[in-house]
Design a binder for this molecule. Structure first.
Ligand code: NAP
Ligand code: GCO
Length: 260
């Protein structure tokens, strides 16, 4: 039974794997046996992360690559194929957020979020799919969000991107199922990473707000995503397709704390 979750011999690409949720998921895939390929825009952070992965015993290879640049992505995929073999597992994790009210947000700022959070996963999925089709198998996991389902003030571009990413996930699942490629999503709740650090500063009203909106009454940790990503990357999920697995401590199930 547990063998179903083994990723021995698999090549896994995690975009944005230099820290945060991406690094935690990459380490989980590595613990399950996969070779870790990861990328980010910052060369320094890629080099630092590669040292960290290897110091912890992982077979890890870092690339400076911007997911919005198709030529860089295609070069990464080709280099991995020549050195390690075609990618078996893709986690489209790289993403940014801009918390700006619509009336103060420029079109360029809106487009930057869409480019990274939605167009990026399209570009990387399109680049890795031919290798998966050749192999007759593949796993693509898109990192969605609570904002794939819910809105809130100041995150219009992010919510539009993550809502689109949910539907891109379902569409790719339909297009590539015949090639035994499963395309699913993970929707993390509110996770303690650099991306949410501004919301978790001491006394920030959002901190208490999130705790009250989460039945588990805590922020998530990147490690809370380890099991879900190994499940969706492994044989154990071969008949799961087009599904968004929310790892949110119950936020989406909750109307909110009832008044005492
Ligand atoms: P993070 O701490 O800000 O890390 C983002 C990662 O993505 C970094 O490695 C960053 O490195 C990389 N990245 C950003 N733009 C990139 C680009 N154009 N090309 C390549 N890499 C890029 O974010 P996080 O909190 O770990 O979130 C990771 C993913 O989970 C994101 O998609 C986010 O939307 C999603 N998510 C987060 C939460 C949460 O509460 N934290 C909840 C739900 C979903 P560089 O800047 O060096 O490129
Ligand atoms: C925000 C947060 C969220 C989380 C995550 C929730 O400003 O509301 O950053 O967007 O990052 O996406 O699932």
């Amino acid at each position: 039974m547990l063998q179903q979750f083994s990723l021995e011999g698999k090549i896994a690409l995690v975009t944005g794997g230099t820290y945060g949720i991406g690094m935690a998921m990459a380490k989980a895939l590595g613990k399950a046996g996969a070779t870790i390929i990861f990328n980010a825009r910052s060369k320094d952070k890629v080099e630092e992360a590669e040292k960290e992965y290897r110091a912890e015993g992982f077979n890890a290879y870092g690339y400076q690559c911007d997911v919005t640049k198709e030529s860089e992505v295609q070069a990464l995929v080709a280099d991995v194929a020549s050195k390690h073999g075609d990618i078996d597992i893709l986690v489209n994790n790289a993403g940014i957020i801009k918390r700006i009210p619509v009336l103060e947000m420029s079109v360029e700022e809106f487009e930057q979020v869409i480019d990274i959070d939605l167009v990026g996963p399209f570009i990387v999925s399109k680049a890795v799919a031919p290798g998966m089709i050749k192999k007759g198998a593949g796993k693509i996991i898109n990192i969605c969000s609570m904002m794939s389902e819910l809105g809130r003030e100041t995150v219009s571009a992010y919510a539009a991107a993550k809502g689109g990413l949910k539907m891109l996930t379902k569409n790719l699942a339909c297009e590539w199922a015949e090639h035994n490629i499963q395309v699913n999503g993970i929707g993390p709740g509110y996770i303690a990473t650099p991306q949410t650090a501004p919301l978790r500063t001491e006394g920030h009203p959002f901190n208490n707000f999130i705790i009250s909106k989460t039945p588990a009454a805590r922020w998530g940790n990147p490690e809370d995503l380890e099991g879900p990503v190994v499940f969706l990357a492994s044989k154990a999920s071969d008949f799961v397709n087009g599904h968004i697995l929310y790892v949110d401590g119950g936020i989406l199930a909750y109307i909110g704390k009832q008044p005492k």
